[in-house]
Design a binder for this molecule. Structure first.
Ligand code: AMP
Length: 192
């Protein structure tokens, strides 16, 4: 099963993706994390992407496409995967669909975790004070980058929503609830 989780920064996408992936026994893939790992290991793609990530901007679609294509072709993705935080733009969604089509696969559902902006800012500011093991320590969790990231999200979510709504695979999840409630809601919608 292939599931996509989208939402604004700080909406809890990764937490939900990891829990769901564990339940359905497929990998949870965070493009943001892949980019941070690529930077740490000093790869060219990591260094190039870091210029955007560190300003809170979206990384060019071509890079995201290449990274996603590479990752989802790996063996552990055979039975599916939960993709967290990608696609972020319609062009990325189109590219993902074409990779999946080449493989004869389709997205089962796209969950959009909706959280009001005020709440997001509160959560990200709090996250910036946490240690790395608890999700903190990110270079882009500062007020300037947070504003850019929220704006990027605002600019792109409506066309993305329409793209998936037209395919009848889009579900809105109320995100201002506990992690357990959100996960239960997602699982109920998938009849898990
Ligand atoms: P995240 O960990 O999902 O908050 O992503 C952190 C950063 O990685 C974002 O602010 C972007 O710079 C970059 N990024 C992650 N996913 C994507 C994507 N699908 N398209 C473009 N940039 C992305």
């Amino acid at each position: 099963m292939i599931i996509i989780i989208v939402g604004p920064p700080g909406s809890g996408k990764s937490t939900q993706a990891k829990r769901l992936a564990k339940k359905i026994e497929v990998p949870a893939i965070s493009i943001g994390q892949l980019l941070r790992d690529a930077k740490k290991s000093g790869t060219e793609i990591g260094k190039e992407a870091a210029k955007y990530v560190e300003r809170g901007e979206l990384v060019p679609s071509k890079m995201i496409e290449a990274l996603t294509r590479f990752r989802i072709r790996e063996d552990d993705c055979k039975e599916g995967f939960v993709l967290d935080g990608a696609p972020r733009r319609v062009e990325e969604a189109v590219a993902l669909d074409s990779v999946l089509e080449e493989q004869g696969r389709k997205i089962a559902r796209v969950f959009y975790i909706e959280v009001p902006e005020k709440e997001i800012i509160k959560r990200l500011v709090k996250r910036s004070t946490l240690p790395e093991e608890k999700g903190g320590g990110r270079v882009d969790d500062n007020m300037e980058d947070i504003k850019v990231r929220i704006q990027e999200f605002r600019d792109n979510i409506n066309p993305l929503k329409k793209y998936y709504q037209d395919k009848e695979i889009f579900e809105i999840i109320e995100g201002k609830r506990t992690r357990d409630e959100i996960q239960e809601d997602i699982r109920n919608k998938l009849r898990l």
